[in-house]
Design a protein around this ligand. Structure first.
Ligand SMILES: [Ca+2]
Length: 564
């Protein structure tokens, strides 16, 4: 039980999945209709019947909008200021900088929670993670994951005739029922959870099973060479583009880097003037360049949307192995700007203006409804939170963010809300680095970390495992236009804004819950729950299940223990 508690406390998720209800499996996805390859900018009106026709032409089908290819590249724990085009002077990112000149750079783009699984759940479901009960970061013991009843981005695109591939880190569920292949992707190559959930964990390495590498639903390697991840993902991405260039595709590339432990391949290791973290990000930039070159070579650049962002801010406790969000405050696992504001670039030739900067607040949840709006895809039946921001993508004169307010949770705590230039923090605890930051893969305060303390869950547990201290934020109002660093509380001077933001937060609190006030949430939907298999299934006759949670013989005894 002790080991179970230790492992369950690895993530926020362990204590936050309060909802344990049985979940009906999702109905099989409707087969994608056979559609012709994307027409090049069809005219809106096919025109009259040809002169001389003796028979009237049949009515033309409703013209369908062009179905652009969609490439979505994600970095893991990259800081707001880690790219040249977002202010870095120490990391060279010529390909992303060029992409920003060919597309639009969003400087107030938000993820919904500053941690992997929650952030990806919001991207894929267009919902606040709290709406779909996905908080924290799942680990190899997790039985929860994204509910199969949620309609995810790849499922929507598949219905529109897209071929969907995912390459990198999934992190929306660990057991076979949560495989990307069961959630809309036709192809998957990558890992189910974070790369530190492995022999490289700074304090729990002995408890970790070998890291499984999947191809579709099968484990093809364990503990793969992490220095090859970025390179291999890039090769797979280029191959995917070449294989699917004839028809609309969705290529999702959630890179495993630069999440600790960080690795660069031989070609990049030690090659930047600013250390391993810069090497790793420079290799990611190279990867973006290779993907863009493959698109160009395939002759499909004009009909391909390419997006790039980070799933959350930098893991600051890891010092020289973490990114940089300055001048933003704090980083990963916090509701400050450094945790939730990340670089976002979108390139779509002829549609999204080149070289433009948009500072309107938008979120990762908006990607699904924005693409759906363009494609004319039906909206998910279940309530979602993202908005169509096509006007902002297209640089329409005077376009404003459709979000009256955006809320920021840490776990189940509604910690902050932004509306316009204002951001209100409710009183809440947070993690911060005091003293020396970590070095070379070890978190801050590593020497003093006490093994017994790693059994703690919640914010204290996170703080202890990753060398942070817990501090307390009091109610405070910041004007992000003047004070993006959230350093000057102006609540006393603007009580009307405090009240306005408090009122705006109320419906979110009521619907999505709030552990700070005890609100349960009237619209919270359950996470998926992997139920135990019926005892009747004998091992030799049972359907062959992918070995997702039992990647090797070594890991099996541990896994069995967790099932009891
Ligand atoms: Ca992350």
């Amino acid at each position: 039980m002790l080991i179970r508690a230790v492992l369950a406390s690895l993530s926020l998720a362990g204590t936050l999945f309060a909802q344990e209800v049985s979940v009906s499996p999702a109905p099989p996805a409707a087969p994608a209709p056979a559609l012709p390859s994307a027409p090049a900018a069809q005219p809106a009106n096919p025109g009259p019947a040809l002169p001389g026709s003796s028979v009237a032409e049949p009515p033309a089908p409703t013209p369908k909008k062009e179905r652009p290819n969609i490439i979505l590249i994600l970095a893991d724990d990259l800081g707001y200021s880690d790219l040249g085009c977002f202010g870095s002077t120490t990391i060279r990112t010529p390909n992303l900088d060029k992409m920003a000149t060919q597309g639009t750079k969003f400087t107030s783009f938000y993820v919904t929670q500053a941690v992997c699984s929650a952030s990806r759940a919001a991207l894929m479901s267009s919902s606040y993670p709290n709406r779909v009960s996905m908080q924290g970061a799942l680990n190899h013991t997790s039985k929860e994951g994204i509910n199969p009843d949620e309609l995810l981005l790849p499922e929507i695109l598949k219905q529109q005739g897209y071929t969907c591939g995912a390459l990198g880190k999934w992190h929306l569920g660990t057991t076979p029922m949560y495989s990307p292949i069961k959630h809309g992707f036709d192809e998957f190559w990558g890992i189910p959870y974070s790369n530190d959930n492995s022999k490289f964990h700074p304090s729990l390495a002995a408890e970790m099973p070998p890291l499984p590498l999947y191809e579709d639903e099968q484990v093809i390697e364990t503990d793969p060479d992490q220095s090859k991840f970025t390179r291999r993902i890039t090769e797979k991405a280029v191959s995917f583009i070449r294989r699917h260039e004839e028809k609309p595709f969705f290529l999702y590339v959630p890179h495993i880097m630069p999440h600790v432990p960080i690795f660069a391949s031989e070609r990049f290791h030690g090659k930047s003037p600013n250390g391993l973290y810069a090497d790793v990000v420079e290799e990611l930039d190279w990867s973006v360049g290779m993907i863009l070159a493959a698109v160009q070579q395939a002759g499909i650049a004009e009909k391909t949307i390419v997006m790039f962002f980070s799933d959350n801010g930098p893991f600051l406790s890891y010092g020289n192995h973490a990114g940089n969000a300055k001048p933003l405050r704090e980083g990963k696992l916090t509701s400050y700007e450094g945790g939730v504001r990340v670089p976002f670039i979108v390139k779509w030739p002829g549609k999204v203006p080149a070289g433009k900067v948009c500072d309107e607040p938008v979120t990762e949840m908006d990607i699904l409804p924005t693409l759906s709006a363009w494609l004319g895809a039906p909206a998910p039946e279940k309530k979602t939170d993202g908005k169509n921001v096509l006007d902002l993508w297209f640089g329409k004169e005077g376009a404003k963010s459709p979000h009256e307010a955006i809320v920021f949770y840490a776990g189940n705590e509604l910690q902050a809300i932004r509306s316009g230039d204002w951001k209100l923090h409710f009183a809440h605890p947070y993690i911060t680095v005091t003293g020396e930051p970590g070095k070379d893969g070890k978190p801050s305060n590593f020497e003093n970390m006490k093994p017994a303390a790693i059994t703690q869950s919640g914010i204290e547990g996170i703080a202890t495992r990753h060398g942070y201290q817990v501090a307390q934020q009091e109610l405070a109002l910041y004007n992000l236009k003047d004070d993006v660093a959230e350093s000057k509380d102006v609540s006393a001077a603007h009580p009307e804004e405090v009240e306005r933001l408090k009122k705006l937060a109320e419906p979110f609190r009521t619907q999505l819950g709030d552990a700070l006030t005890g609100a349960k949430g009237t619209e919270v939907r359950p996470a998926g729950k992997d139920e135990p298999k019926p005892e009747a299934a004998k091992p030799d006759t049972a359907p062959k299940a992918p070995e997702q949670s039992t990647p090797s013989a070594e890991a099996k005894p541990e896994q069995r223990r967790f099932r009891t």
